[in-house]
Design a protein around this ligand. Structure first.
Ligand SMILES: O=P(O)(O)OC[C@H]1O[C@H](OP(=O)(O)OP(=O)(O)O)[C@H](O)[C@@H]1O
Ligand SMILES: O=c1cc[nH]c(=O)[nH]1
Length: 182
């Protein structure tokens, strides 16, 4: 198994909170409000991040946004190559997404393959009017023509490094770290 050592802290809890607040404001501004907006978090850490952005938008606009949860496991392009049996968690899309503007939310954007899978999963569920993408970290190294509409922080990285977003909800600690191979 590859071992990593923490190299630097890229964001602390305040940095994460401010970045998500800014993204919430940008989503409202770009969409001229919240009409027909649906937030969709990608498992795992996209889900609590989407919930936090949703809470901030509710605070700004005095209106709750519908929020879905997407599991992209069955849409991975390396499904046949996995050496383990993947666990598929439920996708929860309580609202008809047809004609909606979907804001997909994830923690890290890297090759873009997770987002490709997420878009395919969404398009199997309905026909949104538009799909936008919000990520906390864009670390570059794209392998597909995908870009984010809302980015918490752009982080130049080496291919062998790893960026980990750690959240209270999933990890019991709140920070973004860059790690290098040992
Ligand atoms: O742009 P990509 O190259 O697809 O990489 C980004 C994805 O990788 C991580 O997910 P991971 O597969 O580690 O699953 P997890 O979120 O459940 O930890 C991260 O949360 C993004 O979803
Ligand atoms: O560095 C990376 C690459 C993919 N996914 C992550 O969460 N971090």
């Amino acid at each position: 198994m590859t071992e990593f050592r923490e190299k630097a802290v890229l964001m602390d809890d305040d940095g994460i909170r401010r970045a998500l607040m800014r993204i919430a404001h940008e989503i409202v501004e770009k969409n001229k409000g919240t009409e027909n907006l649906v937030l969709v978090g990608i498992r795992t850490r996209g889900v609590p991040i989407a919930a936090r952005i949703g809470a901030e938008i509710a605070r700004i606009e005095q209106r709750e946004l519908p929020c879905g949860v997407l599991d992209i496991t069955l849409y991975r392009d390396d499904l046949n190559e996995l050496s383990y049996q993947p666990i598929v968690h439920p996708t929860e899309m309580p609202h008809d997404i047809t004609s909606k503007t979907i804001v997909l939310v994830d923690d890290v954007l890297y090759t873009g393959r997770t987002i490709r899978a997420a878009m395919n999963a969404l398009l199997d569920i309905g026909r949104p009017r538009m799909i936008q993408l919000a990520v906390l970290i864009d670390r570059g190294h794209r392998e597909l023509p995908i870009r984010a509409d809302y980015v918490g922080k752009n982080v130049p990285t080496a291919a062998l490094e790893d960026v980990s977003v750690l959240l209270q909800d999933t990890d019991g600690v709140e920070k973004v770290v860059i790690r290098e191979r040992v």
